[in-house]
Design a protein around this ligand. Sequence first.
Ligand code: NAG
Ligand code: NAG
Ligand code: NAG
Length: 252
Amino acid sequence: MNKQFLLISLCLISLSLAFSIRKGEQQDKPVLPNQYRMDWDIYTLEQDAPYDPATNFYLQKGKGATYYDFATESMIEYYYDFCIPIFQNPSSYHQFPCRFLNTKRTAYLLIDKPMLTRPPCCIFATEFHPAHPNFIVEHNLQLKGTYQQNGEEVDYYWLDIPPPGPFYYGFHKYTTPTGHRVPAGFAFPTEAPENFTQQVFYNFQEGPFDMSVFDIPDSCINATECVVFNDEEESKANSNSSKKPAHHGHGH
Ligand SMILES: *[C@@H]1O[C@H](CO)[C@@H](O)[C@H](O)[C@H]1NC(C)=O
Ligand SMILES: *[C@@H]1O[C@H](CO)[C@@H](O)[C@H](O)[C@H]1NC(C)=O
Ligand SMILES: *[C@@H]1O[C@H](CO)[C@@H](O)[C@H](O)[C@H]1NC(C)=O
């Protein structure tokens, strides 16, 4: 065997190895089912995500649930205890249960509790649909590392974009009966002092479920764009409303 041939064959071996590793990684990247529901705990954190709930080191803890259907490009997230801390300081701004409904290419923020400064329904985004089940592959998200979550090792991928990112997507090592990696969590930056928010998923179930969860409520009929960052006004109105809970708008 001459030297040149040896070099060429080594080169070919490493090329094919690199190729098979890349192909292997590609195949291992998680793809979600087309229809699923899950429950979750939500933690707000001062420190960087991802977070291990077993450490009990969080600012707030709440509960929620998510329903997803790819065929209708619909998703709803129920925040049962408090909404996402995206409404600027102070953190009390998100102390109301909420739902994010994304259907028919529109994302609505729904608030069931009457509030002085927030309507029951507003439009959070238009021309917007939930991420596709293969978004990890589609957007070529990279495996960032692993973390411990309640005694289990979780792989996480990240979407390394400037604010509102980066976004972290955690997956268990194990799969559903149909071979989908079971999602473990989702984390993203929020407003200080709640610098990160992390959802820790459980009860993951592939569909079907009652599709009426995606019905657009009547309160959305004349909905206008959400005001997310009206911190000054909201601060005043909500601090007054907690002192005078009977006050609900102006009498004409
Ligand atoms: C949280 O964010 C604030 C504002 O950006 C920053 O001053 C603070 O150091 C952060 N806390 C941690 C623990 O990273
Ligand atoms: C929506 O707006 C229309 C026109 O202003 C009005 O007639 C209708 O009552 C409104 N519907 C709701 C549910 O507010
Ligand atoms: C809130 O209370 C302050 C002083 O108590 C008052 O000046 C302000 O107008 C009130 N704001 C609202 C929205 O009621």
